[in-house]
Design a protein around this ligand. Structure first.
Ligand code: C5P
Length: 403
């Protein structure tokens, strides 16, 4: 399952509390989620967990000082660069002492200098004994850090290192990661929006072993699904037969074979969603009478009567409360004229035109070249790009119109 932390650059600041030993698990969970991790420790933190453990797990040197004092040729550890490198900064455990310095801009170590230089979101997970936690100065510091825009991952209750029991235990590593994932997710622009995407070909049965199909790979629809969830949307991916793997906890995949099955699944879901993206290459016709047994080779010619499939996109375009609708058009001649007519007939808010005349566009390949046509017949032309990049362009156009 892909985490929203995948590909993120995470700075972990470790301060000097007994809970520092748990940061080894935080680093492991971050790496497992696909994040790049760098660790900064305060001098006191090194008494609780070794830099070697954290550098081994994070695959980066662990920094504590502005320079490495044992190596006179060493370069300066630049807190500004570190602060700018990070997509997010987690301070865990955050001791009462470090929090007080964060509040007051008291910069007496690399971790605090980096904190003051960081432009990214800062999360902090307090850890201390219960009476320190209850002290009015601690509560005042929590409030001030919240006022600076820093996000607190509250401590839990339980047994403390002092032997006492109460509030002050650092949140467990899994809770810290979950808190951050939820926070990032909730701030994505399409959070709370949902979407149906059709993708891939359809197979129309002739007999139990043969079908009429097409060369669609489903790659464009899969790329769109991933791009939509990267922006926080929930996606129902209704997919014809395709070898493409798409796995994400926000993607519900429904596999279908025929156009009629795709139509049925779309109509079960479409009234529940805000956006519909119809990228499937649906067969326009299907055999009128598919047979139960394999057709034997006999005469020199074989006639198969075909009947029209329902047009799924048009049927959704005709709904009274239709979602924001994106259709695709693959044209071989008079592209724009046909695309304008299609947009009108199918009632799309955006129509994505790809021409078979463009090299590297269309079926099977990993690239595509598109033009996007909106309701006012504005046309935006895009360069040839990998399908993942094309998906970004399409989703950006959607975001501009649905928010
Ligand atoms: O009419 P044409 O097949 O060119 O339209 C393409 C668009 O219509 C695509 O968005 C495709 O997914 C959708 N479509 C559909 N059901 C069909 C045929 C096409 O949803 N039966």
């Amino acid at each position: 399952m892909t985490s929203v932390l995948s590909g993120k650059k995470v700075l972990l600041g470790v301060t000097g509390g007994i809970a520092a030993y748990k940061t080894t698990y935080i680093v492991r969970l971050l790496i497992k989620a696909g994040a790049a991790v760098k660790v900064i420790m305060t001098p006191a933190a090194r008494d609780f967990v070794t830099p070697l453990t954290l550098s081994t797990l994070s695959k980066h040197p662990v920094l504590t000082h502005f320079t490495n004092e044992e190596d006179e040729n060493d370069t300066w550890n630049n807190h500004v660069e570190l602060g700018l490198w990070a997509d997010l900064f987690i301070i865990a455990p955050a001791t009462a002492n470090t929090m007080s310095k964060m509040v007051n801009g008291n910069i007496d170590n690399l971790l605090l200098a980096t904190y003051c230089s960081a432009k990214c979101p800062v999360y902090f997970a307090p850890a201390m004994d219960l009476d320190m936690y209850k002290h009015p100065s601690t509560s005042a510091n929590f409030d001030k850090l919240a006022a600076y825009g820093n996000l607190m991952i509250p401590a839990g209750e339980g047994e403390l290192a002092s032997g006492l029991s109460g509030k002050g235990r650092m949140a467990e590593p899994e809770e810290i990661i979950h808190f951050i994932e939820q926070d990032i997710q909730s701030k994505l622009v399409l959070h709370g929006k949902s979407c149906v995407i059709t993708a891939g070909p359809t197979y129309e049965a002739i007999d139990p072993v043969r079908f009429i199909g097409n060369h669609s790979s489903g790659k464009m629809g899969a790329a769109l699904a991933l791009e939509m969830v990267n922006h926080g949307a929930r996606v129902i991916l209704i997919m014809g037969p395709s070898a493409v793997k798409v796995e994400h906890h926000l993607i519900e995949r429904i596999d279908v074979k025929s156009a009629q099955q795709m139509y049925d699944e779309v109509h079960k879901k479409i009234t529940q969603v805000d956006i519909g993206i119809f990228s499937a290459a649906v067969a326009d016709y299907r055999p009128a009478n598919p047979v139960d047994q394999k057709i034997k080779k006999k005469a020199d010619t074989l006639h198969i009567e075909l009947v029209k499939n329902p047009d799924i996109l048009s049927s959704v375009g005709a709904l009274k409360n239709k979602p924001f609708l994106v259709g695709f058009a693959l044209e071989t001649e008079n592209e724009l004229v046909h695309a304008f007519a299609k947009a009108e007939k199918k009632n799309t808010d955006l129509l994505i035109l790809n021409s078979m005349r463009d090299k590297g566009a269309g079926f099977g390949v990993d690239t595509n070249k598109i033009s996007i046509i909106d309701r006012d017949k504005n046309v935006s032309d895009y360069e040839i790009k990998p399908k993942s990049e094309v998906a970004k362009d399409i989703v950006n156009e959607i975001i501009q119109r649905v928010l």
